[in-house]
Design a binder for this molecule. Sequence first.
Ligand code: G3P
Ligand code: CA
Length: 255
Amino acid sequence: TVAATLPYANEGPLIVAHRGASGNAPENTMAAFELAARLGADYIEFDVQLSKDGELVVIHDRKVDRTTAYKGFVRDYTLQELQAMDAGSFYDKDYAEETIHSFDEVMNRFAGRLGILIEIKDPELYPGIEEKLAEKLRRYEGMANGRGLKANEGIMVQSFDFESMRHMHDLLPGVPVAVLVHKDQHPLSDKKLDDLASYVTYINYNQKLLDEQMVWSIHGRNMKVMAWTIKKGRDMKRMKRLRVDGVIGNYVGLG
Ligand code: G3P
Ligand code: CA
C-alpha cells in the first residue's frame, strides 16, 4: 500500500463532505464546499468529468439536466459554457449565483485548506482523464502553495472503476487512491482484496453493505475503509461502531 500523509482526525472517522455539504447547499458548488469547510469537515468530495474542450470540470451527472436549466451531456459543452450555467437554482433560488466550476477553480480555493477527495466519474467515457488529472496533481505537488500543502498532502482520488484507479496509482504513486464498492462488487473476495492491497489506500464502501467481517478483512490487509453515503445519525453511529476510518456524508456534524 501507499505511504500516505493525510490529515487523520484525532477521534473517530474522517468526516468527508459528499459533493460538499450537499444536504444544506447545492452539490458540487463553491457554496457547498465553503459550508463544509465552515462546519469543520476534514475533506470535501467532488466528481470530475471532461468538457468538450478537454478540461476537468466538477459535476456529478453525465448530463447537465438535473442541476442546471440546460439539457445534454457534460462532454458536449465547453468549459466556458459550463461555467456560465446556474448550478444553484435547482436546489434553491437563493443560490442562483452558483455555477459549474473547473477543477482548477476548486483546487485553487480549497487545496491546503482541507482535504480533497476527487472522484473520477465514468472514466470509460473520457479516455486519458487519469493522465490529465495526474498532470494537474503533479503541479500541486510541486507548488507547496504557501498554505502548507506539501507532496499532495490531503489529496486522494477515487472511482468505481478499479482499473482506472490502478492506472492512477501507476501514474502518481504518491497520491493515495480508493475504490468505490457498490452491490455489484460485493462481497469482495479474498483474492480481490489481496489485489486491491497492492495499489489502494482506501476501500470506500456502500454503507448498507458494510459489516464487521468486511472491515476486518480490509484492516487486516493494511488498507483503510470509508463508508458512503451517510445521511442519518443512526448510520453514523453504526459506522463508528464498525470503526471505519472515514464517512462520506451529506451533512457535516451528524454526531
Ligand atoms: O463518495 C461516494 C459517492 O460519492 C459515490 O457515489 O454517485 O455520489 O458519486 P456518487
Ligand atoms: Ca462522488
